[in-house]
Design a protein around this ligand. Structure first.
Ligand code: PMP
Ligand code: GLN
Length: 382
């Protein structure tokens, strides 16, 4: 294995899911729902398979899905995208991120990211031979420090790789933070690559602001999302990106040699999903918000201080007051201690000492599973 990929031989999600499976623990580690998405999607996929849509789709994606992505961006955010030149269908958001970074970064170019950062970002940056420059967001507010952000930019900054709502913190970047990021990107002539897979999971009075909607940003932003989260089909691996034609063409050039094309019969099904009415989207958000509240209340009752997430599938809790100073060790022992699996947060930081005792729990599970998990976690302090 080449040296630059040696730190990435296994992922924390695969490790914790294997541990949960081995021990029979409730898996609140890896973020995937335990119920499938809307029937209309499942039927549309099945119809496409039985209807003979089983050969290579066009490289940029089936027109029906590119059209649906463009309409979705217009409907929710007022963003214009030409489905022919400004949208690309990818193998999940993961491929969209990798293809974009590889398309835009020369070896030695710098990518500004926000710790704690989703695990595939560092690997994609390493694959491109680029250099990660980190801005650290700290428990419990995960606020953005302007001086630290400024200091992360320099003459080699090529990309800012943003994630809002953010995994694992649940942070929803607000307009002022995004304006600051946008101003610095313009100042340094950097491209913003924004991963918005949790765009429809923003709670309370929060709003998801795509950075592409800010003045001057559409022309330098690649916006990425995926069907996995919005339609509870994480195994489908259908994602997309949109942005200015030249940036999309660059990502497409790389994508064609990573996977060539992405799952044909799933694409019309995802197009069907993107066209679902407002009730579907509101139901998704309200349902998850109730699950968040259930888990937050349960964790608090079990003695964990919690950072209440404004979005995503995830909540971060501090295990230190329960006597667990090391989150990695706790997550290795938690299945055996109480039959629940979770993910240590320190692995998402370049400097693990920034969050030694923090642990991430996923709440995208059926209510009875969450109730059971909360009851088990209550035994930790008794
Ligand atoms: N980005 C973030 C922030 C994620 O949490 C995930 C996990 N779903 C992904 C990207 C990967 O998305 P996909 O499964 O569509 O590749
Ligand atoms: N996005 C999911 C999470 O954060 C995991 C995806 C994966 O296993 N790579 O839990």
């Amino acid at each position: 294995l080449v040296e630059r990929m040696r730190p990435f031989t296994s992922t924390i999600f695969a490790e914790i899911t294997a541990l949960a499976t081995r021990t029979g623990a409730i898996n609140l580690g890896q973020g995937f729902p335990d119920t499938d998405g809307p029937d209309v999607l499942l039927e549309a996929a099945s119809n496409a398979i039985h209807g003979g849509l089983n050969q290579y789709p066009p490289g940029p994606g089936l027109p029906v899905l590119r059209e649906a992505v463009a309409q979705h961006q217009k409907r929710f955010y007022g963003l214009d995208a030409d489905p022919d030149t400004e949208v690309l269908v990818t193998a999940g958001a993961t491929e969209a991120i990798a293809a974009t970074i590889m398309a835009l970064c020369e070896p030695g170019d710098e990518v500004v990211t926000f710790d704690p950062v989703y695990d595939s970002y560092a690997a994609s940056i390493a694959l491109a031979g680029a250099v990660k420059r980190t801005v650290t967001l700290r428990w419990p507010d995960f606020g953005l420090d302007e001086a630290e952000l400024r200091a992360a930019f320099g003459p080699r900054t090529r990309v800012v790789l943003l994630n809002t709502p953010q995994n694992p913190t649940g942070k929803v970047f607000d307009r002022a933070e995004l304006e600051l990021i946008g101003r610095l990107a313009i100042e340094h002539d950097a491209v913003v690559v924004t991963d918005e897979v949790y765009e429809h999971m923003v709670f309370d009075d929060g709003v998801h602001v795509p950075i592409a909607t800010l003045p001057g940003m559409a022309e330098r932003t690649v916006t990425i999302s995926s069907a996995g989260k919005t339609f509870s089909v994480t195994g489908w691996k259908v994602g997309w990106l949109h942005g200015p034609a030249e940036l999309v063409a660059a990502a497409r050039a790389v994508k064609q040699f990573l996977t060539f094309v992405s799952a044909g019969p799933l694409q019309p099904a995802v197009a069907t999903g993107l066209g679902l009415d407002d009730d579907f989207y509101a139901g998704l958000r309200d349902g998850l918000q109730a699950k968040r509240d259930l888990l937050v209340d349960g964790l608090r009752a079990a003695g964990f201080p919690v950072s209440v997430p404004g979005g995503t599938y995830f909540v971060i809790a501090d295990a230190a007051p329960l006597g667990f100073a090391d989150g990695v060790e706790l997550c290795q022992r938690l299945p055996e201690l109480v039959g629940v699996a979770a993910v240590p947060v320190s692995v998402f930081y370049s400097d693990p000492s920034a969050a030694p005792s923090l642990v991430r729990f996923a709440f995208c599970k059926r209510d009875e599973v969450l109730h059971d998990a909360v009851e088990r976690l209550g035994r930790l302090s008794s």
